[in-house]
Design a protein around this ligand. Structure first.
Ligand SMILES: *Cc1c(COP(=O)(O)O)cnc(C)c1O
Length: 463
């Protein structure tokens, strides 16, 4: 018998490992299914190593470390929290808006108990799921009626399918936008069954373009907010007021896909490109759609507000059932909307707004804290606080730069790319960006309670 054959014969069996001290411990801590899977996988790896290089550690103790690491990997949740050090507040890949404790408390209360989700307590009979938020949305936006569906893409889809299936929808060529790769106005229009009637040119659309496109098959005039880009230079588009007049004259509903759904007048904060929902409502638009998790700062959802008769038609569309929101989202939404009853406090209480409009001094203070924490523990790097610019993200306010402060790290033993990767793969993962040859941790999106963990993470990454 040669060495290989001998080693293969001595390789412990699944059963032997399972009955060892480590095996018993794993079975009492982790799911047995994952323990078995990990043991089998590591045995298989060892078997291959024996065949290929004929030397490996086949003692149970020697294999235990690998097996346990494998079990931990199998047992870990895939969807997990991380530290957003990018400074991008509404980061679509990182979950867009985060929710406050107060909002989550309501989600918890509603979801760990039975609720009146579709039950009318007053009358003791079946009630409506959407009734819980229509009152607040009407109060805040001034709309006649409201509906919330799964996301804004679904809101636009449902609106088009209800109001314009088999009919024409007029849209300016300057507004045929793509948002985040999978939402394209022409595509969503096609799948809803509405017929796109493009008018004007990319940079200029006139009222006469809209007017000459109107015919007996026109069902809707649609305006789409240029969420994630701006066309500048020789441009012109038609104001909501003019479109409103046209829509009234020809008795064709006017819809505005607003995208972000900001409920606050942001002009005092230097933002002039994001009209508030209330403002658009006042100008007489019949239907407005917007996201729940962009500038509104809530959970994923698509809000439809507007004329009662049109919203009621949407509620009756069988599609509404397919895109309806669940009770967790509804509970979060109601709590977020409650914050908007007092607009002054909303900026303070809603994390997305708070992070966007916090004072630069506050960000600087946090950046200093992070930097001094890192300097105290990490010797092998140059660390300094630098001023920089962050973006809103999520297709919101693309033209705006928000002045910010970041901690710039230049590691000595390793490359900056290596540091980025180690932080990203750490526990918890830290997502940072690289600028010039420094790694930047933007303090805008790092919360005070994350600083300790962040410092530990940097320390572990640079050794
Ligand atoms: C973001 C956005 C959408 C898509 O909204 P989701 O909530 O991501 O589905 C649609 N239209 C506009 C103008 C947007 O900005």
């Amino acid at each position: 018998m040669n060495k290989k054959q001998k080693l293969l014969q001595e390789l412990p069996s699944v059963d032997e490992i399972l009955k060892s001290r480590d095996g018993t411990r794993w079975c009492s801590t982790y799911h047995r299914r994952f323990v078995l899977k990990a043991i089998r996988e590591i045995i298989e790896i060892r078997r291959k190593e024996i065949i290929e290089v004929s030397s490996t550690d086949i003692s149970i103790e020697g294999m235990a470390k690998d097996i346990e690491a494998r079990i931990q990997k199998l047992s870990a949740f895939s969807l997990q929290p991380l530290i957003n050090a990018t400074g991008i507040v509404i980061h679509t890949n990182l979950g867009r808006s985060i929710l406050s404790e107060k909002i989550l408390e309501n989600v918890k209360k509603v979801s760990e108990n039975y609720s009146n989700l579709e039950y009318n307590i007053e009358e003791g009979k079946r009630g409506k799921r959407y009734a819980h938020i229509t009152g607040l949305l009407r109060e805040i936006t001034g709309a006649e009626s409201a509906l919330i569906v799964n996301n804004n893409a679904a809101a636009v889809f449902l609106s088009l399918s209800t109001l314009a299936k088999g009919k024409e929808v007029i849209v300016s060529r300057g507004e045929l936008v793509e948002i985040g790769g999978s939402f394209r106005v022409p595509d969503i229009m096609a799948s809803s069954g509405a017929i796109l009637r493009e008018v004007g040119a990319t940079n200029k659309t006139h009222l006469r373009d809209y007017k000459s496109a109107i015919n007996e098959n026109t069902a809707l005039i649609l305006k789409v907010h240029q969420s994630n880009f701006r066309i500048t230079g020789f441009t012109e588009d038609v104001s909501i007021e003019e479109l409103k007049k046209l829509s009234e004259k020809y008795n064709i509903p006017l819809m505005y896909d607003l995208g972000s759904g900001c409920m606050i007048d942001l002009r005092p904060y230097g933002v002039y490109s994001e009209p508030s929902v209330q403002e658009i409502m006042k100008s007489g638009v019949d239907i407005i759609t917007f996201s729940g998790d962009k500038l509104l700062g809530g959970p994923q959802g698509g809000v439809i507000v507007g004329r009662k008769e049109l919203v009621e038609r949407m509620q009756k569309n069988p599609l509404t059932r397919a895109v309806r929101i669940d009770k967790l989202t509804l509970a979060a939404f109601e709590a977020v909307l409650m914050e908007y009853v007092d607009l002054e406090k909303a900026i303070e209480n809603i994390p997305t707004l708070n992070m966007l409009f916090q004072k630069p001094e506050t960000i600087k203070e946090r950046a200093n804290k992070i930097a001094s924490g890192i300097k105290r523990h990490v010797k092998n790097a140059e660390v300094e606080v630098v001023s920089d610019k962050s973006k809103a993200g999520g297709g919101s306010l693309p033209e705006m730069d928000f002045p910010t402060f970041a901690v710039a790290i230049k590691p000595k033993g390793i490359s900056v790319n290596e540091l980025e990767e180690r932080l990203r793969k750490g526990t918890p993962p830290v997502i940072a960006r690289i600028k010039d040859d420094s790694l930047l941790l933007d303090a805008r999106t790092i919360r005070s309670r994350e600083i300790e963990e962040l410092v530990k993470g940097v320390n572990a990454a640079i050794y």
